[in-house]
Design a protein around this ligand. Structure first.
Ligand SMILES: [Zn+2]
Length: 487
């Protein structure tokens, strides 16, 4: 197994990755609160952890991946009441829509996708353990709190000290809550469809305890990697650690991996600002691989800023990848020699470079850079003379490209139909009518057939100015979108 170095938020440095079971990685990532359709910010974490999981599998680990749905929440209750439906009906609708989005993005389902509403007995059990160990107490109001100050190392993930967390006003402590720092494990409530009986009366779980319970249900008391967006470090993940360690009397997750945050044109994305991009809307414009590429061009820990330019450029780069694959497939079809020969032709350097980047904290930026260089090299084959050796090399490249891009969840579609659909989407996004392109190409052909070369060149220039590039070949003229590589 290759050795991976990964940045652990808990220690604040890169560490050698050593799973508790040497061949089996257990990974938990916090899922979405299902009250509204998922936007491309939600897609960010889903895509990064999908790739991290795929790479771990690619190098030989078995991976058990848990991503939960938070389906018990104030916002869900409010939204379902506003719409006059049950919380369950709203949740089912949003989960179905989220599953469609994930499928469109090529994000595979997790091994387990538990819902809070289906994990209530386990949540109650873990609160009982906390109570038994002296870390939880109930109030006469029917709420249960976590006793933050009892946990000496509370704050170790987010580097906060309990003294600094005090706001200084004791007025905030209502009823018989002991300390303003204490957070809720169980809240008294009797909303229909979103409350349950418990030893402390009817109510529902607090947010943090859900993840502690669901991680334990599927991964055990201690597991390898806990992931999420950086905005979850405090208080959510800090509180998860506090709860799980106090309830289970052992370490919780060994490694904590946090993805960066997304801005659109340097502004935080929010519904109220009107700059929110729903995943479903994005997928109407471009295939999911465009968003995957746009994200993977950044390191998962980086903050990412998107703009229209980023999306267009990712779409064009993806088109370049697929068009190259199509051409290589055509060259490779001339392969006649024995298949056994092929293995020697694998571009081993590229595979090694890919691993070098990916084992260094999942360095997708460098991996993509190396792949792009190899694509340029492979493209040179199109100029060479046709020969069995050239065909073998082309085949070796396509095999490696498909294999490595498989880790990124990209480039697995058959090129021709993907190219047609992507091209249509890009030109329509640029506001160009496809029929206009076709008619200019027909005009140019007519001019050239009549040996009016000047007119032919004029028409080609007109297309170039529209951003369309022509390629004349034995099977006629094909067009693609002009792309100036910014490397
Ligand atoms: Zn969580």
């Amino acid at each position: 197994m290759r050795e991976i170095q990964l940045y652990n938020t808990l220690s604040g440095k890169k560490e050698k990755f050593e799973p508790l079971d040497p061949s089996h990685v257990k990974l938990y990532a916090c899922g979405v609160t299902v009250y509204d359709d998922c936007h491309i910010g939600h897609a960010m974490q889903a895509i990064y952890f999908d790739v991290i999981r795929s790479y771990l599998e690619y190098i030989g680990y078995k991976v058990t991946y848990v991503r939960n749905y938070t389906d018990v929440d104030d916002k869900i209750i409010k939204r379902s009441q506003d719409r006059g439906i049950t919380p369950k009906a709203l949740v089912d609708e949003i989960i179905a829509s989220s599953e469609r989005d994930m499928q469109g993005l090529g994000v595979r389902p997790a091994t387990h996708e538990p819902r809070v509403s289906e994990s209530i007995p386990e949540i109650i059990d873990i609160i009982k353990d906390l109570e038994k160990n002296g870390y939880a107490y109930s109030t006469s109001e029917g709420d249960v709190y976590y006793r933050v100050r009892k946990k000496a190392d509370y704050g170790k993930l987010s580097n906060r000290k309990t003294e600094e967390l005090q706001s200084g006003t004791r007025d905030l402590v209502k009823g018989d809550k002991e300390d303003e720092l204490d957070f809720a494990l169980w809240k008294k409530d009797d909303v229909e469809g979103a409350s349950w009986d418990s030893p402390w009366g009817r109510g529902r779980p607090g947010w943090h305890i859900e993840c502690s319970a669901m991680a334990k249900m599927y991964l055990g008391k201690s597991f390898d990697i806990h992931g999420g967006g950086r905005d979850l470090v405090f208080p959510h993940h800090e509180n998860e650690i506090a709860q799980s360690e106090a309830a289970n009397s052992c370490a919780y997750s060994t490694y904590w991996m946090h993805s960066g945050l997304l801005t659109i044109n340097k502004t935080k994305m929010s519904k109220s600002l009107g700059n929110q991009i729903l995943t479903s809307k994005f997928l109407q414009r471009f295939p999911g691989e465009v968003l995957r590429l746009a994200y993977l061009q950044n390191h998962y820990t980086s903050n990412v800023d998107f703009s229209e330019q980023v999306f267009r450029s990712a779409a064009q780069r993806l088109l370049y990848f697929y068009e190259t694959m199509r051409e290589l497939d055509i060259i490779a079809q001339a392969v006649t020699g024995p298949v056994a020969l092929l293995s020697d032709h694998k571009p081993k350097d590229l595979i090694e470079a890919f691993h070098r980047e990916m084992t260094n904290d999942f360095g997708t930026v460098g991996a993509l850079r190396d792949i792009l260089i190899a694509f340029r090299k492979a493209n040179e084959l199109r100029k060479g003379k046709k020969s069995p050796a050239q065909a073998h090399t082309a085949q070796a490249y396509t095999e490696v490209f498909r294999e490595l891009f498989g880790v990124f969840g990209m480039l697995q579609a058959a090129p021709e139909s993907f190219i047609q659909s992507l091209k249509s989407k890009i030109v329509s996004d640029l506001g160009i009518e496809e029929s206009k392109i076709e008619s200019l190409i027909a005009d140019r052909k007519a001019a050239r057939d009549a040996k009016d070369w000047a007119r032919g060149d004029e028409l080609r220039k007109e297309l170039t100015e529209m951003g369309i590039e022509l390629m004349d070949g034995p099977e006629g003229t094909r067009w693609t979108i002009l792309w100036k590589e910014e490397v």
